[in-house]
Ligand binder design. Structure first.
Ligand code: FE2
Ligand code: FE2
Length: 192
């Protein structure tokens, strides 16, 4: 009885193991589909869906750039200087995120949507101006939390289907978590 169980487990494992193509086959396939650029036959994720998700993330990043820029220039009051500097730093980093997302969309043979029409509808995070330094920080923290949630969901959706996009989203997620941390400290500083 024990033997039988072991055998069936082994069989099951070998069946689930993804087949590895030899180099010759890989090269022939790559040559055949060379016009498809970075998207190869092994690409398992639903390409159109991934591109749509990445375009939503791109809109989110651009809205975040605009909101942080507005906050950077509008920050005033006794505590403003270090907070304004932090806003600018975040704006620059969100722009870098936007660029990496656009680059990945093109690699997937999609088109990055930079159109201002519908930008705020495509974005997960909102553009809220905020009427005080504290209100601005709070709004930015809300936006970062939304971004963190949506990147987590996208990463879970991708699973092991598209490791390159997944790695990119994980890097951005780590950066957004850093932003949320920065904002929480600024908020504590203002309260304390
Ligand atoms: Fe970002
Ligand atoms: Fe961020």
């Amino acid at each position: 009885m024990k033997m039988k169980t072991t055998v069936s487990i082994t069989k099951d494992v070998s069946r689930k193991q993804p087949a590895l193509s030899d180099i010759k086959t890989l090269r022939a396939r790559a040559r055949k589909h060379i016009e498809k650029g970075a998207v190869t036959e092994g690409y398992a994720a639903e390409r159109e869906t991934v591109i749509t998700l990445l375009n939503e993330a791109l809109a989110t990043e651009i809205v975040c750039v605009l909101r942080y820029k507005r906050h950077h220039f509008m920050a005033s009051g006794i505590h403003a200087a270090p907070v304004a500097a932090e806003f600018l730093e975040h704006a620059i980093e969100e722009m870098k995120h936007a660029d990496s997302l656009a680059k990945r969309i093109v690699e997937l043979r999609g088109e990055p949507n930079f159109s201002p029409d519908g930008m705020s509808e495509r974005s997960h995070a909102e553009y809220v101006e905020g009427d005080s330094l504290k209100a601005m920080i709070k709004e930015d923290l809300v936006a970062e939390r939304i971004a963190i949630e949506s990147y987590r969901e996208m990463i879970a959706y991708l699973g092991d289907q598209d490791p390159t996009t997944r790695r990119l989203l994980e890097e951005i997620l780590a950066s957004e978590e850093g932003h949320a941390e920065d904002l929480s400290s600024l908020l504590e500083g203002l309260n304390g």
